[in-house]
Design a protein around this ligand. Structure first.
Ligand SMILES: Cc1cc2nc3c(=O)[nH]c(=O)nc-3n(C[C@H](O)[C@H](O)[C@H](O)COP(=O)(O)O)c2cc1C
Length: 207
């Protein structure tokens, strides 16, 4: 809703910059993310950008876990163990593919959704929206810094073994990995038009 009292945007150029940033962001697959990744100071800025996400009742329903370079072999072993638990059992090529994912992208984070403290006004879906918004802010900030990034999940992150290995609390869920690095290649994808996503309300007149 707009009123005559609406203040004009403080900086009209900001809108153009925001649209340019958002419109030029595309995910870059982890295997195409090379060194260097963000510096420690840049990573801090990225996490602080993520913290700008809307958050009902300020519950901070997420956290990020960094997987260090010297922990990649341990992560590969975890991916292997998770893949060997699957039915039907994987062949050795499947296992090798699962292991290889641990070594991609110079910066690798795990995004964790936190479902406590309980708050009757903030259902799980709203908490997931906060984490999604946080991740989008992080992706955009990374893009603005010249890095590529991508969210990936896979079946392993939803296993009990995985939750145990990352010491997740009973009220936490691993959502996805965030891979960040220097893109070796960018593939642009078509975006849906507003026409496909926006319609005027046509109320049910019987209600
Ligand atoms: C939580 C989450 C998990 C995802 N996991 C995967 C995944 O495991 N593999 C994959 O190819 N894409 C995955 N995606 C989709 C990609 O991150 C990305 O959004 C998609 O490739 C479209 O690229 P775009 O960001 O350039 O539009 C996931 C997206 C989200 C939001």
């Amino acid at each position: 809703m707009s009123t005559d009292d609406d203040a004009p945007p403080a900086d009209p150029e900001l809108g153009d910059l925001a649209l340019a940033l958002i419109g030029s962001r595309f995910s870059v697959a982890p295997k195409r993310l090379l060194a260097p990744g963000p510096t420690p100071a840049q990573l801090q800025q990225l996490v602080e950008a993520a913290a700008s996400a809307p958050d009902h009742h300020d519950l901070l329903p997420w956290r990020l876990v960094r997987i260090a370079d010297d922990q990649r072999e341990r992560l590969a072993a975890l991916f292997e163990a998770c893949s060997r638990e699957r039915l039907p059992p994987p062949d050795e090529a499947d296992v090798a593919r699962a292991r290889a994912k641990a070594f991609r992208a110079p910066t690798l984070l795990l995004a964790v959704l936190r479902l406590r403290p309980e708050d009757p006004e903030v259902p799980e879906s709203e908490r997931a929206v906060t984490l999604g918004a946080a991740l989008m802010a992080l992706l955009l900030a990374a893009h603005g810094m010249g890095y590529g990034a991508m969210l990936t999940s896979g079946r392993s992150v939803r296993t009990v073994r995985f939750a145990r290995a990352f010491r997740l609390a009973a009220d936490e869920q691993a959502l996805c990995f965030v891979s960040i690095g220097t893109p070796s290649e960018v593939q642009r994808r078509a975006r849906p038009s507003a026409h496909e996503l926006l319609a005027d309300w046509a109320p049910d007149l019987g209600t």
